[in-house]
Design a protein around this ligand. Sequence first.
Ligand code: GDP
Length: 176
Amino acid sequence: CGMVAIVGRPNVGKSTLLNKLLGQKVSITSKKPQTTRHRIMGIHTDGAKQIVFIDTPGLHIEEKRAINRLMNRAAASSLADVSMVVFVVDGMTWTEDDEMVLKKLSHRNGDRKIVLAINKVDEIKDKEALFPHLETLSTKLDFDEILPISASKGTNVQRLLDLAQSSLPDAPFYFP
Ligand code: GDP
């Protein structure tokens, strides 16, 4: 099976997305940031293919607090050995923490896919106002796909699953 990491600062909707991707509640969602303190995994099975989704703890720019350092380290280790990274942002708010996640992602190269998932599009009334930072963002990182999503309503979540499936390495042969 392959692994897909879901990364982003706290409160952008990573846990909600993981739950939607798996079609069942495995990760705790909360209005309070820092609910996800450890790596939480879930397995999506589609026929013979299995994808392990990793919901990373939120990334924090402020590293004075031990909990923030711990969460940053756990998130960074989640990025190893994945075939795809889903960078989740909130369609309406861009913060310094997002900037830090972006920097961390651009430092690591490799042949993994990077998808930008612009979440909470269900809340965006004026489509013109959709993520004003998008142009700047796409010059900083070469995304394989930019996808407006609604983790809570499920908009474009199937497309994300399809991308995750296609990022998986070919299954090796197992001899009995
Ligand atoms: P995480 O910290 O990144 O894992 O974020 P959560 O999944 O815990 O979600 C944070 C908050 O955003 C919760 O109040 C969610 O209900 C809300 N949220 C998540 N996804 C969406 C979405 O697609 N649309 C809207 N309107 N709210 C969302």
